[in-house]
Write a protein of this length. Structure first.
Length: 232
């Protein structure tokens, strides 16, 4: 079979469905978020032709590079990378959702930009469940405080759930523990008013484990688009 983006997408969708079945979860309960970082606008256009409409990016400047030439497609851009507070204005202009909200300072910066623009923004709180120093995220013990602050001071931010990145390891038990911890945090802190329904966890190398642990959205880059070049 020829290796094309269409065949890769079909294979991913099958693997997602099989992982849902193994976990006793309904088919279609897990969404695929294509991660288009480092891939050019034409690659995104090819993915859009397959019916994909939301794309995850790590940098606001890369979203800007792609948003203009792809404006005819009506795509939604999702920020999944670490976000500096001075990029809040770019987020308000270009981004439909932020999955990497990890501190009060960033929440306040987004609120200050969104309020005068009359905009609101879906956000996921990124929690650090991996011991790796290179990983960003809110310390788990700080989650209740940030949730309280968002409820009291940031009405423009609509908290939809939580996000994490697992440890980069061949030890599947260690990877699984990261995902399980996020699910347990959701179970501990969700309320009727704030159900934290979404769990964004799992990437190309570990998304099946993430689904088994409760992920509702997997962030897939190279398994869909192919090998990355970091020229951008």
């Amino acid at each position: 079979m020829t290796d094309t983006m269409a065949t890769r997408l079909a294979a991913l969708e099958q693997r997602i469905a099989q992982a849902c079945e193994r976990a006793g979860r309904p088919a279609g309960s897990v969404q695929l978020l294509p991660v288009s970082k480092t891939f050019d606008a034409e690659a995104v256009r090819e993915a859009a032709a397959l019916g994909l409409r939301r794309f995850g990016e790590n940098k606001t400047q890369e979203i800007r590079q792609k948003a203009d030439p792809l404006a005819d497609l009506g795509l939604s851009w999702v920020m999944i990378g670490h976000l500096q507070t001075n990029k809040a204005k770019d987020v308000v202009r270009d981004v439909a959702e932020v999955q990497s909200l990890d501190r009060q300072e960033l929440a306040d910066a987004l609120q200050r930009r969104l309020e005068p623009a009359g905009r609101s923004l879906d956000v996921l709180i990124q929690v650090k469940t991996s011991p790796e120093p290179s990983k960003f995220g809110l310390p788990p013990e700080a989650l209740p405080g940030l949730l309280a602050h968002l409820r009291q001071a940031c009405p423009a931010l609509r908290v939809q759930g939580l996000m994490t990145m697992a440890v980069n390891s061949d030890d599947s038990a260690a990877v699984r523990a990261c995902f399980r911890r996020l699910r347990e945090l959701r179970e501990r802190h969700a309320t009727a008013e704030l159900p934290l329904a979404r769990l964004s966890m799992g990437m190309s190398g570990d998304f099946e484990i993430a689904i088994e642990e409760g992920s509702t959205e997997v962030r897939i880059g190279s398994a869909l688009f192919g090998a990355r070049s970091y020229a951008i």
